[in-house]
Design a protein around this ligand. Structure first.
Ligand code: HEC
Ligand code: HEC
Length: 473
């Protein structure tokens, strides 16, 4: 009997430790998310947090602890999937497109010149410093990048072998030659903190990689036939479309509706949005296609070309989605299914990533406080961007005419609407511009647009204050 009690006590104390850790994480997340500006965040003292944690510990039942442990397990699993899972997409990027061959180059068993680390970095690929051997980290830290041959594609292959190229997974044969490659969510939705060198540093999961020229990279693939067959165009046209997007953009609808360019001839890709700060938000993507797990299944199965299941009868529409209706991709049923079982942890991981806070000295705090009032009062921004979510609780969609822009991209969505973009962490994705296609180059341009379209009558001072507030979110 006594033994049993001791055992239970041990178990409970393990539970308690795990629980404190989880409670601390949950609190950090809660505090980061709930405060509208930096000054409020500081009002919650560390003491209050500690008191809450111990209060929580005492009240936790075994069932509470089970729930917390489950959440922790799913977050860890979700992170692994987000960073490292290819969902079997190597069958497409490697085996079919042969993209790995263009990266390796002829001298390393591939084709053409190959892609050197310098070229890869200039195309926006990022290197995970933690995956590099310590000696190499030291060299880079000391600014001795010259000792590493950054002009040689063989170095790129070596980096891929180390799992150091963010979002790219290499598969090697017994002789160590690159034989295939797959891609991961982190390719587009992570960047690095540049702590060792530009493009080389610690991973920042969820940050939009606005440097990544994914279209250019894909256009290097020796075999573009899978695209030209699907779209029923020649390979030169495929290349033209892929290279039209530019850095930070990708077109996740091209393979559904075949719309390669806007009616005015402009590129049709959308900016890569962040995959952080998504908890509490109803609809996702620029045009509100669905929830996070909806979109994750869409992307993993039909864009990354992993092996799995995706179903959406809305896309079985010959007039809006001729390519999806023809190819049957609205009802993708690959076997084995390497996607469905991963959606739950992947979901929990993404909604657990807080929107990062800006540095205090990256904006004018006093102006930001004034800007906050303008945001909610005179400029009416908060009617749609409701703090602290900065999107509407409820059906967060708007007709293009409500925000004064054309309907091209909205009409590519089953919703025919634009989703009120959440603004927390806006400071991390200013490259490439704002709105779904980056049509407004700066925050001043965004505000100028609202001022004219909504006839707000903002003074120059009020506009500047609003900008400082947006930079503080
Ligand atoms: C090739 C680049 C690329 C890859 C790989 C990619 N995404 Fe995306 N992601 C995008 C783009 C572009 C959008 C915007 C789509 C749109 O609205 O037109 C997007 C949208 C999203 C959104 C919506 C964010 C919001 O605020 O609405 C989430 C969430 C997301 N992606 C998660 C993922 C996950 C998880 C994976 C891996 C399964 C993934 N993405 C793989 C480019 C990518
Ligand atoms: C009628 C609802 C509505 C109002 C009012 C509104 N917005 Fe928006 N906002 C949107 C929608 C919808 C989008 C997404 C547009 C797109 O995807 O092209 C957006 C996008 C933005 C973006 C771009 C975000 C990004 O990631 O690129 C910023 C910045 C922004 N709004 C700021 C403001 C400010 C500042 C105001 C007040 C002057 C304001 N909004 C008023 C609905 C609104």
């Amino acid at each position: 009997m006594k033994k049993k009690i001791v055992k239970l006590e041990n178990r409970m104390s393990t539970y308690m430790r795990v629980s404190s850790l989880i409670a601390a994480l949950a609190w950090a997340w809660f505090l980061a998310g709930i405060s509208v500006d930096a000054s409020e965040q500081q009002n919650v003292s560390e003491k209050t947090v500690k008191e809450k944690i111990s209060e929580n510990d005492e009240k936790s039942s075994e069932n509470d602890l089970k729930i917390e442990t489950n959440a922790q397990r799913m977050i860890i699993e979700g992170r692994r999937i987000f960073r490292f899972d290819t969902f079997g997409s190597e069958a497409f990027w490697g085996d079919a497109l042969q993209l790995h061959k263009a990266i390796a180059g002829e001298k390393n068993g591939g084709v053409g010149d190959g892609v050197s680390p310098k070229t890869a970095l200039s195309a926006g690929l990022k290197v995970d410093a933690d995956a590099l051997p310590p000696a190499l980290q030291d060299q880079l830290k000391a600014g001795k990048a010259s000792e590493v041959d950054l002009d040689n594609p063989a170095t790129t292959v070596a980096l891929i072998k180390l799992d150091a190229v963010v979002g790219v997974k290499g598969f090697f044969d017994d002789n160590g030659n690159l034989k295939s490659m797959g891609i991961q969510c982190a390719l587009c939705h992570s960047t690095v903190d540049n702590s060792l060198a530009p493009g080389i540093g610690k991973r920042l999961d969820g940050w939009a990689n606005r440097d990544l020229n994914i279209g250019l990279i894909v256009s290097l693939a020796p075999n573009l036939k899978p695209f030209s067959d699907l779209l029923e165009v020649d390979e030169a046209t495929v290349k033209k479309v892929l290279t039209s997007w530019g850095p930070g953009r990708f077109d996740a609808l091209l393979d559904k509706d075949g719309k390669a360019f806007r009616p005015d001839g402009g590129q049709a890709g959308t900016l890569i949005p962040p995959a952080f700060g998504l908890a509490g938000i109803n609809l996702h993507t620029w045009t509100g296609f669905g929830s996070v797990p909806y979109w994750n299944a869409y992307v993993a199965a039909t864009e990354m070309h992993g092996s799995g299941t995706f179903f959406d009868a809305r896309l079985n529409d010959e007039s809006q989605y001729p390519v999806a209706a023809r190819s049957g991709s609205f009802n993708t049923r690959d076997t084995p299914d390497r996607i469905t079982s991963k959606l739950a942890p992947l979901h929990l991981y993404q909604i657990s990533i807080p929107a990062p806070r800006p540095d205090k000295d990256s904006f004018d705090e006093i102006a930001a406080v004034r800007g906050k009032d303008i945001f909610s009062d005179k400029a009416k921004c908060a009617t749609c961007h409701v703090p602290p979510l900065f999107t509407e609780p409820g059906n967060n969609l708007h007709d293009p005419s409500e925000i004064g822009v054309d309907a091209f991209q909205a009409d590519r969505s089953p919703t025919h609407m634009y989703r009120t973009a959440p603004l927390a962490g806006l400071w991390t994705h200013q490259k490439g511009g704002f709105y779904h296609d980056g049509r407004f180059a700066s925050l001043r341009d965004v505000i100028q647009h609202y001022d004219e379209f909504l006839k707000l009558g903002l003074s120059e001072q009020e506009k500047s204050d609003l900008i400082e507030y947006l930079k503080s979110l």
